[in-house]
Write a protein that binds this ligand. Structure first.
Ligand code: TPP
Ligand code: MG
Length: 354
């Protein structure tokens, strides 16, 4: 398993520390802070009945390292815990909050389960709720890139549970046979809602599945952002060189509930969670930044306070916005609205004040 950072933030023996500019490292950290803060606020909003649903990224912030290895023209097919990748690719933080409230500024027009968003201008594709569907879509998009010779690569994120889907097989096999420039990134957080990994697969390691497809596979410490960046960078290089896809198994842990609709105390031990809290990707990266002299404890506290206040403000603003106009319900599906929908639109306008 590839690992660069020890738990105390030092560099593991016999490993190569990636050379990354300090401001970039700090930016990655800042995004980690933003998404962790979003989680603490998001669940409170849901419990207060102000938003319908919240999905957590807590513990899986290491995925930002994968996103950091991609170029702006590359594609990301997220599962639903990759908010950090979207922010790194330039999604404004307030967009996620308007989306949570499904208000008139929600770019998804209130149609998506909160947390399952996409954004066209950053090549961050809307996930579909059925598990694993993004895997075939990503393999197809990568094939299109290869066909067009545009040099782009596609990173697709999915969970350990998704490796049991038909689409996992179809996508991996297609990618392997046609040597598509794809990074198949399995965020193995050990659980698929209440199903533990050992009930998901009889394989010793998920990464072993790469062998059956005939593609390069690598297991990485998913809570080590530097290792995540390094394996992704290598995979991107292989993909751009025409060497085909890479299967990356990122070992991580879902520190929170599956979603705001879940109670993990019904099916897992607190001691397991506590053990994984010691491997928190944010704490480990912070220790590294402090050791390197890029961050001080005071600056760190300031950063958390800053995002706490900023996100409160953004929540306040987003919560005061109206809902999307009822007419938007008819947008985006047809280039020209068919007559029966035009009729329905006129009718609905009579009864709605939105
Ligand atoms: C085809 C399908 N089956 C079941 C579900 C219900 N479901 C939603 S999330 C989930 C677990 C997915 O686990 P995993 O792929 O490990 O991702 P994680 O939530 O752990 O990040 C399930 C079973 C679904 N959305 N789609
Ligand atoms: Mg999982």
């Amino acid at each position: 398993m590839r690992k660069i950072l020890n738990l105390d933030g030092s560099i593991a023996k016999n490993t190569e520390e990636p050379i990354i500019p300090n401001d970039e490292l700090l930016h990655w950290y800042e995004i980690m802070v933003q998404i962790r803060t979003l989680d603490t606020k998001g669940i409170r909003l849901q419990r207060q009945g102000r938003v319908g649903f919240h999905i957590f990224t807590t513990g899986q912030e290491g995925h930002i390292g994968i996103a950091a290895a991609l170029g702006s023209d590359d594609w990301v097919y997220p599962a639903y815990r990759e908010h950090g990748a979207a922010l790194l690719r330039g999604l404004p933080l307030e967009d996620i909050i308007h989306h949570l409230f499904a208000n008139d500024l929600d770019t998804q027009k209130g149609r998506r389960l909160p947390g399952l968003f996409g954004e066209k201008n950053i090549n961050f594709v809307n996930p579909s709720a059925p598990i694993g569907t993004q895997i075939v879509q990503a393999a197809g998009t990568a094939y299109a890139s290869k066909y067009k010779k545009d040099g782009n690569v596609v990173a697709v994120f999915f969970g350990d549970g998704a490796t049991s889907s038909n689409d996992f097989h179809s996508g991996m096999n297609f990618g392997a046979v046609f040597k598509t420039p794809t990074l198949f990134v399995c965020m193995n957080n050990q659980w698929a809602i209440s199903v533990p990994l050992h009930q998901q697969t009889a394989a010793e390691k998920i990464v072993d599945k790469a062998i059956g497809y005939g593609i390069h596979g690598i297991q990485v410490d998913g809570n080590d952002i530097l290792a995540m960046y390094q394996v992704a960078k290598e995979a991107v290089e292989r993909a751009r060189n025409g060497e085909g896809p890479t299967f990356i198994e990122a070992l991580t842990y879902r520190l929170g509930p599956h979603t705001s609709s879940d109670d993990p105390s019904r099916y897992r031990e607190d001691s397991d969670v506590e053990n994984w809290k010691n491997k928190d990707p944010i704490v480990r990266f912070k220790k590294y930044l402090i050791k390197k002299g890029i961050l001080t404890e005071d600056q760190d506290k300031e950063m958390w306070d800053h995002y706490d206040n900023l996100i409160n403000e953004l929540i306040d603003q987003a919560s005061k916005r109206p809902l999307p106009s009822i007419e938007t319900m008819f947008d985006d599906v047809y280039e020209t609205l068919p007559w029966h929908l035009k009729e329905q639109l006129e009718e609905v306008k009579k009864y709605s004040n939105r």
